[in-house]
Design a protein around this ligand. Structure first.
Ligand SMILES: [Zn+2]
Length: 452
């Protein structure tokens, strides 16, 4: 995990901007500094269930639209409806409030609370109370509870409504309008500051750092003048931004080199980020660093062996293969060691971005050009299977570290994602090319606007 403090470096100024855009019509209208956005609607707002609350309800406000409950099982009802009016009551939860104190404040009896809560399993969801949460009660003219409801967040409302068979629970979900937003920033002091200026939330910033974290070392590689562009989803309900969704596409220019990422969801429903060509996923590590090998020993985190009753840790995976079989770099990276390392024998350690390291041990020898400090490409041959160091036969001992911790490389499925299937390549390009064009246009208009 990257921490935000890693994303900051010494002072200076920052230029950043945020524009909305209209992907709908493919015209790329840029509304710089204009909060009237062109919308890309991924989902229509659900008109029927939007704004479930009448606004401006306060305690004891008569609500003429609410009709008195005239349940036939209570003979007193009819007499009372003449004397009293149906009411809406609003109660805001304070610290220490429970559903019982909230019901009490609405003038409802513990019996009502009990019958409401015991009406269904789901009804209990109403009892999970947050400070500031508002409860709306609709009462009949004789003070009976007709309906209780509460907004859980911008998008969800739960309610209990009285029916002839007791209370029924309902959860209403508002489908927000999802629009796509373009944001561009130039780093002069810190990524954090420029992201803020560009209108990116912390979570989007972290998402972006994760998308590019494999290629760019956000702790050490950032430089003044680096730029980023992001197209991301923004969720809107009734004109208010209620949250952000996924990054759809992004570009990051680090020290003159531009990295591109496009989000794509494949036929199996798995989403990931791919470079503009879709040929390889930037974050991907090879599933295995040796072709034509078999796993001779798996990763084990030092659990007690059930039979031997001894702690046996194996912090890597062993691949048995014929002497001289090529070993490949699992991902793009930098060689931080290529040499003898005790019982590991001839060893290569690669650093990938800021979070990942891979280690390759017992090699017979190193491939040409593999030495400390050299850069390697994913799939590049770094050495050959051997049995140097403490080894009983030709094999590769392979370790995978995330943030300094050994993990099972075979369990890192997310990192080992395949490139886009060739059968989906056309579909991917249909998605990615307009996004790339959009960023080009947006950026061009940004630069034009910023010309002195
Ligand atoms: Zn091993």
């Amino acid at each position: 995990m990257l921490s935000l403090s890693l994303l900051v470096f010494p002072s200076g100024e920052v230029e950043a901007k945020k524009t909305f855009m209209n992907l709908d019509h493919g015209r790329g209208e840029s509304a710089t500094a204009d909060k009237t956005p062109g919308l890309l609607s991924f989902g229509e707002p659900d008109v029927d269930s939007s704004s479930p609350f009448p606004s401006g309800i306060s305690p004891n406000t008569p609500a003429s639209s609410i009709e008195a409950d005239t349940r036939s099982d209570n003979p007193l009802n009819q007499a009372q409806t003449i004397a009293l009016e149906a009411r809406s009551i609003s109660v805001t939860a304070d610290k220490g409030d429970t559903l019982s104190t909230i019901f009490q404040r609405a003038g409802l009896t513990p019996e009502t609370l009990h019958s409401a809560l015991s009406s269904s399993k789901e009804a209990r969801q109403l009892a999970q109370i947050k400070v500031g949460q508002v409860f709306e009660f609709e009462l009949s003219s004789n003070g009976d509870l007709v309906e209780a409801r509460s907004k859980l967040n911008e998008l969800e409302t739960v309610s209990l409504k009285r029916t002839p068979k007791g209370f029924t629970f309902k959860r209403d979900t508002i489908k927000p309008l999802v629009r796509s937003v373009y944001s561009h920033g130039v780093i002069n002091s810190s990524l954090f500051v420029s992201a803020k200026r560009a209108g990116l939330s912390n979570s989007l910033l972290m998402d972006m750092a994760n998308v590019f974290g494999y290629d760019i070392d956000f702790a050490q590689d950032l430089a003044k003048g680096d730029q980023f562009e992001v197209i991301y989803e923004e969720k809107v309900v009734n004109g208010r931004i209620v949250g952000t969704g996924n990054i759809l596409a992004a570009r990051f220019t680090n020290r003159g080199k531009t990295y591109t990422a496009v989000r794509y969801t494949n036929k199996q429903g798995v989403s990931g980020y791919y470079n503009a060509q879709g040929m390889s996923m930037r974050k991907a590590f090879l599933r295995t660093p040796v072709d034509f090998a078999r796993i001779s020993s798996r990763f084990s985190n030092g659990r007690k062996h059930p039979i031997l009753n001894k702690i046996r840790a194996h912090q890597g995976v062993d691949y048995a293969a014929a002497r001289g079989t090529p070993i490949k770099a699992a991902g793009d990276g930098k060689v931080i060691l290529a040499g003898r390392k005790g019982g590991y024998g001839n060893t290569v350690i690669l650093q990938h971005g800021s979070n990942y390291k891979t280690l390759y041990a017992h090699m017979q020898g190193f491939a040409k050009g593999i030495r400390s400090g050299s850069a390697v490409k994913q799939g590049q041959i770094i050495g050959y299977i051997g049995t140097t160091g403490l080894s009983t036969g030709p094999h590769l001992h392979y370790e995978f570290q995330v943030n300094g911790r050994h993990v099972d490389p075979l369990a890192q499925k997310k990192l080992m994602a395949d490139p886009i299937a060739s059968s989906e390549k056309a579909k991917f390009l249909q998605l990615s090319q307009p996004l790339m064009a959009q960023m080009d246009q947006e950026k061009a208009s940004t630069l034009a606007l910023n010309k002195p």
